[in-house]
Design a protein around this ligand. Structure first.
Ligand code: NAP
Length: 254
């Protein structure tokens, strides 16, 4: 274990959207720190299988992959039941799956609203509701927002995305109080631009360069630069951090 490692031996972590990007990096980090991991994906079976192989290479039978659309109530219901069966419990719930859509107010349709809010708000809310009764003392809930929800130069086409992340940050505050008496912490991570498929989609190289230059380090963050804080919050070292949104952005926004 490296110096930033937490001892997660005996813990079971569920990470939504962990076939790629930040979720896959979190799955790897939590597995390296000793947790058994439930990987989740919606369509990319090949990517999920690669992550699963990697995790089972760290320790045999330490991971399973479950296909489930966590933007629907039915998908969440099926997923929570299968997840509880996989290792008999869930200690650490990481609500990472999310989608980004770029539209200004005049372009937004009811379908757009449902798409973004179902994936970014409804899914995390009901998955947490279904698994909450099963979380043990010392359990952890970790939501995902974005630095964009705090950024002064926020682009106007991130209306629905920022609105959905605002809701997640408020869930974090309220649920931290709700779950506190059971010694369960609830926190949220708000990354800045991280080099994943979500970030690169539809962006010309020039725009990516522009974002790189907004960082003091003149580069994008990498998924494994987000996973360390998730492991910290998930482990014993995170026991007194509760109800917080932690910006992980290399100083992109200060
Ligand atoms: P990504 O590269 O687009 O990866 C998305 C992951 O979520 C994939 O594993 C995908 O599965 C899964 N997924 C998407 N919709 C799903 C659904 N309905 N049900 C189950 N799984 C689903 O995303 P990312 O960049 O890693 O972002 C992860 C989180 O960080 C998101 O909440 C995002 O808003 C937040 N964030 C990202 C950035 C950034 O710059 N990347 C910045 C701030 C915040 P498949 O492989 O099957 O498609």
């Amino acid at each position: 274990m490296s110096s930033t490692s937490q001892n997660l031996t005996g813990k079971v972590a569920l990470v939504t959207g962990s076939s790629r990007g930040i979720g896959a990096a979190i799955a790897r980090k939590l597995a390296k720190d000793g947790a058994n991991v439930i990987v989740n994906y919606v369509s990319n079976e090949k990517a999920a299988a690669e992550v699963l192989n990697e995790l089972n290479g760290i320790r045999t039978k330490s991971a399973v992959a479950i296909k489930a659309d966590v933007s629907t109530f039915e998908g969440v219901k099926k997923f929570s039941a299968e997840a509880l069966k996989a290792f008999g419990k869930v200690d650490i719930l990481v609500l990472n799956a999310g989608i980004l859509q770029n539209k200004v107010l005049s372009e937004v349709s009811e379908e757009d609203y449902d798409l973004v809010f179902n994936a970014n708000v409804k899914g995390p809310l009901f998955l947490t509701q279904m698994l909450a009764p099963h979380l043990p003392e010392g359990g952890r809930v970790i939501f995902f927002s974005s630095t964009l929800a705090h950024f002064s130069s926020v682009p106007t086409n991130t209306l629905l995305y920022c609105g959905s992340k605002g809701a997640i940050e408020q869930f974090t505050r309220v649920l931290a109080k709700d779950f506190g008496p059971r010694q369960i912490t609830v926190n949220c991570i708000a990354p800045g631009p991280i080099d994943t498929d979500m970030f690169r989609k539809d962006k010309p190289e020039q725009l990516i360069k522009f974002f790189e230059n907004l960082h003091p380090q003149k580069r994008l963050g990498q998924p494994d630069e987000v996973s360390g804080i998730v492991a910290l919050l998930a482990g014993p070292g995170g026991s007194w951090i509760n109800g917080q949104t932690v910006k992980v952005n290399g100083g992109y926004s200060v």
